[in-house]
Design a protein around this ligand. Sequence first.
Ligand code: URA
Length: 206
Amino acid sequence: MSNKEKLLELLARTKAADLPLKESATNLVFGKGNPEAEILFIGEAPGKNEDLKGIPFVGAAGKELDKLLNGIGLTIDDVYIANILKYRPPNNRDPNEDEIKAHTPYLVEQIKTIKPKVICTLGNFSTKFVLAGFKVDGMKNIPGITGLHGKPRHMTVSDFSFTVIPLYHPAAMLYKRALAETMEKDFKIVKKHIGGTNKKRTLLDY
Ligand code: URA
């Protein structure tokens, strides 16, 4: 089975799952991009626009992310993007521990299907989750993004090896413009860690 087929099968299982926040959300927001990507971005949770469209990073934060990707010569065809939470929390509040515990097994399946060389975590929640070795209970032991951003780290989690590059969340740039320069610098570090792009592979919106 191709990665695309595996992700479609996982999408169907995620849709069928009785996950917290499903009732209050409009749509499941599973993932978008290239199922064969060597680089995976992980955000926090869908916002209003994402909830309405069922696609991650289509709002203001997504525009910032697109610009940063374009700045290092990449587009959505080169990457895959998913979130910690698959449904929008009411009023965009922070995800709670029970929600993260219920939703992340599906994210881990996405990661293990795509097997990216590089995982870029966007903001505190995904950074803590990945650096804790995909374990929600370990997240409290991981420091905040301020001291970690732009510093790649090699990790192996049950036979799967990858480089994690913690990044600020692009939404933070919307209220703190000074972060734009830091983000551009950190994206140059991302560029160094990836090889050629593969634009011929098929795009998958879910
Ligand atoms: N912020 C996120 O973390 N994810 C999205 O999909 C949109 C905004």
